[in-house]
Design a protein around this ligand. Structure first.
Ligand code: UD1
Ligand code: CA
Length: 434
């Protein structure tokens, strides 16, 4: 089947209702652009995926090429042929069967798309039955036949009452598109060429049109930021469900944010309020409440509560406690229990990082590395002024500023201002009544 179907994804629109300088299809859901999801579903079913672009086309093309290769991009002439029908005019599908998807339908799945290929009608069009049909094109049905789709802006008050709407996915025989796209007119409220008018033109010639009833949870169109939030909620539910089915334990899953790029291995526990972003892997680990992990790998470790792993952190057999921030660091068999910043560091087995330890990795111009060997005891409130390298089996006394350089194995590093004890000072300073 994949080789008998071309899929066209319409992604050239501006998306004015998003009220954003960014093209609509580039708005993100669970960490990936909306358009990514429809291309992903299309790719699973077809070797001929064509994406129609125009508005911010360079940005749209560049962002999709980060995920997919071999896509065909067609540029719509939005000056002369605006609208979803205009978008189809330059498209040259390879196959006889052409599935058209709107690019603002991120909830679509391969399974839902497959249903369209089961019928052999000249046109299969998706319809949804809604309680509130606002925003969608209304489907006019007479004597059991679909006769036309009326866009909201062109609809009469009576037509606006129609609760059967066009979901925006269609399977056409290529010959139908070839016959009717040239006949579209822009005599409507938006002066656009509507793909939906193909339905009325085909109906007049008694071309067979089969409606396929679909669910909004998979076919919701995203036009506004409110729609975006609803679509993200649905997508997030799917992501969490998938990983729970794969063995991940989630406490209060509704409070956990997990992006599309996140992967899990084995059995992990994710507590409430955790945010996992980007290209992150969590394997056999416990992520405690309200921790944020971005683009990092965590194996056989526990993190949090309230910890922050910033991009490119790699943890193995490690304990990270509350208020610890780690960035671009590799920690293997390390304990950092409280209130620390570990950036651009490599820290080895058996090392304990005391509370309040800071890697001073930045001199205002460049970033420098901190390398700490095995079984190092880093006392509380230590500052490590990078570049600094500490060998195995070293003790750093609490409060030490470890200046840049190399420190050999087996030593004590200590910098401490000698304490002064000034007897009677308090009373002298504040007076007797204090
Ligand atoms: C469209 C349908 C409507 C349907 C709804 C379902 C038309 C005329 N209307 O309306 O019947 O109920 O989808 O969600 O088709 N696009 C282009 N080029 C353009 C204009 C739009 O490629 O010139 C793309 C957009 O990027 C978007 C998709 O087509 O991904 C749909 O456009 P949009 O403006 O959102 O159409 P709706 O008004 O939602
Ligand atoms: Ca839409």
């Amino acid at each position: 089947m994949p080789n008998s179907l071309s899929i066209v994804i319409l992604a050239a629109g501006k998306g004015s209702r998003m009220k954003s300088p960014k093209a609509k299809v580039l708005h993100e859901i669970c960490g990936r652009e909306m358009l990514y999801y429809s291309i992903k579903a299309a790719r699973a079913l077809s070797d001929d995926v064509i994406v129609v672009v125009a508005h911010q086309k360079d940005a749209v093309i560049a962002s999709m090429e980060r995920y997919f290769d071999g896509l065909t991009f067609v540029i719509q002439d939005t000056e002369n042929f605006p609208g979803t029908g205009g978008a189809m005019m330059e498209v040259k599908p390879k196959h006889d069967n052409v599935l058209v998807l709107n690019g603002d339908m991120p909830l679509i799945t391969q399974h839902s798309v497959r249903e369209f290929m089961k019928s052999d009608s000249d046109i299969v069009m998706s319809v949804i039955e809604l309680e509130d049909s606002s925003g969608y094109g209304r489907v006019v049905i007479e004597n059991g036949h679909v006769v036309r789709i009326v866009e909201e802006k062109d609809a009469t008050d009576a037509q606006k009452e129609i609760l059967t709407v066009n979901a925006g996915v269609y399977a056409f025989k290529r010959s139908v598109l070839e016959a009717y796209l040239p006949k579209l007119s822009n005599a409507n409220a938006q002066s656009e060429y509507y793909l939906t008018d193909v339905i009325a033109l085909a109906r007049q010639d008694n071309v067979e049109i089969s409606p396929l009833i679909v669910e909004e949870v998979e076919f919701k169109g995203v036009n506004s930021k409110f729609d975006l939030s609803i679509a993200e909620t649905i997508m997030m539910d799917r992501i969490r469900r998938t990983w729970m089915d794969a063995g991940v334990i989630m406490q209060l899953p509704q409070t956990i944010y997990i992006e599309e790029g996140v992967r899990f291995e084995g059995e992990s526990i994710i507590e409430n309020g955790v945010r996992l972003c980007g290209d992150t892997l969590i394997a056999n680990s416990h992520i405690k409440a309200h921790s944020v992990i971005e683009e990092s790998t965590v194996r056989d470790s526990d993190v949090g509560p309230l910890a922050h792993l910033r991009p490119l952190s790699v943890l193995k057999n490690t304990h990270i406690g509350n208020f610890v921030e780690v960035k671009k660091s590799t920690l293997n068999g390390v304990k950092a229990g409280h209130l620390s910043y570990l950036g651009d560091a490599t820290i080895d087995e058996g090392t304990n990082i005391g509370a309040g330890t800071i890697t001073c990795n930045y001199d205002g111009v460049k970033k420098y590395q901190t390398i700490i060997g095995k079984n190092v005891f880093v006392g509380s409130d230590t500052q490590l002024v990078a570049p600094v390298e500490i060998s195995d089996n070293v003790m750093i006394a609490a409060g030490t500023t470890v200046t840049s350089g190399k420190y050999e194995s087996d030593m004590l590093i200590l910098s401490r201002t000698p304490i002064r004890r000034v007897a009677g000072f308090f009373t002298k300073f504040f007076g007797k009544g204090a």
